[in-house]
Design a protein around this ligand. Structure first.
Ligand code: GRG
Length: 318
């Protein structure tokens, strides 16, 4: 990847014959901290400054965007672009766009009409600081600006603006992200099956993670075979991400998570731990991650950052 972030990263000593050790050897935490810094700088440039009139809305947008999220979706986008030999500057507006969509969804998810939460990214939720009206609008504005970012990005030979916009709109729309949230809301207090839970996870969580890697690949003019591999990877990593999220909800503290722990149990939400138990949930997450790794085979070892992210996400503790 020209100007790629991995180029600047040190690699730990490896045993080249052992595939497993190559997987473990990628300096993923450094990749994440570098990509986070790059994405934060770009977001700062792309979002209207705080004092821009009406200042309240720009303060509210920036409050949640810069509250300390893990920046997993933009990292996936940049890592996918890198795997396809792309250019970081072409992927960056798309990485910022998925983070804006994600942050909007968190602001709205925390509202009293939804999950009614007081704490997010280690800070009081947006509506607790700015009030419900401004929080709704801050979410709306982040959703909208995401499409402006895509419109201002550089299309590749195979993927026009039309395709990039369609990609993001589909993932964020009523068939994916919002469908998942609707099913999640309607499932509260209900006994739901593992299949229903899979439906929710595919849409509420996996769709945007999958979209992040696909957009990264598209910015790099990926081939149809690469796009298929990225889609398969993103789908499985996205599902594993939500299973781990459910496990962390019952095993970690609010301080560690930066959001209210134990929320799913309190809201009587069906989760993998509540349906199949913690041990089986860990096995499911590991199996999903294994499938994500297999999906990357067409890259023949050139997707180290994606592999590193999948392993990092499986082992994360917040
Ligand atoms: C349209 C009114 C309206 C609401 C939309 C779609 C939606 C609300 C909410 C879904 C958002 C949601 C909570 C999805 C679950 C995905 C998930 C586990 C999010 C947490 O992601 P992390 O851990 O968060 O990457 P950070 O804070 O680190 O970015």
């Amino acid at each position: 990847m020209s100007g790629g972030i991995s180029q600047k990263l040190p690699r730990k000593r490896t045993n080249p014959s052992a595939k497993a050790s190559r997987k473990a050897s990628f300096a993923i935490e450094q990749f994440l901290s570098t990509s986070t810094a790059v994405v934060n700088r770009a977001l700062d440039e792309l979002l209207p400054p705080e004092q821009t009139k009406p200042a309240t809305i720009h303060r509210a947008m920036r409050y949640s965007i810069f509250a300390g999220g893990k920046r997993i979706r933009p990292a996936l986008c940049l890592a996918a672009a890198e795997a396809c030999g792309g250019n970081q500057s072409n992927a960056l507006p798309l990485a910022c766009a998925v983070e804006c969509i994600h942050t909007y969804s968190l602001i709205h998810d925390d509202l009293p009409a939804m999950d009614n939460d007081d704490f997010r990214r280690g800070k009081p939720t947006n509506h607790k600081v700015f009030g419900e009206g401004i929080a709704v609008l801050a979410g709306d504005a982040l959703l909208t600006v995401a499409f402006e970012m895509v419109a201002n990005s550089k299309p590749s030979r195979r993927f026009s603006h039309q395709e990039l916009v369609r990609e993001l709109a589909f993932a964020a729309g009523s068939l994916q992200l919002i469908a998942g949230q609707v099913a999640d809301l309607e499932g509260e207090g209900e006994k739901i099956s593992a299949n229903d839970l899979r439906y929710i996870h595919e849409r509420k969580t996996s769709a945007l993670l999958c979209c992040s890697v696909r957009l990264g690949g598209m910015s790099a003019n990926c081939t149809p075979l690469q796009l298929k591999a990225l889609t398969d990877f993103g789908y499985h990593v996205g599902l594993a991400f939500q299973v781990i999220d459910d496990i962390l909800d019952v095993t970690q503290t609010t301080e560690k998570l930066g959001k209210t722990a134990g929320k799913d149990t309190k809201a009587q939400k069906a989760t993998y731990p509540s349906i199949v138990g913690l041990q089986q949930s860990r096995k499911i997450a590991a199996e999903l991650t294994r499938k994500a790794f297999s999906a990357l085979e067409p890259f023949h070892g050139r997707a180290a950052a994606l592999e590193g992210l999948a392993t990092f996400l499986l082992n994360r503790d917040r």
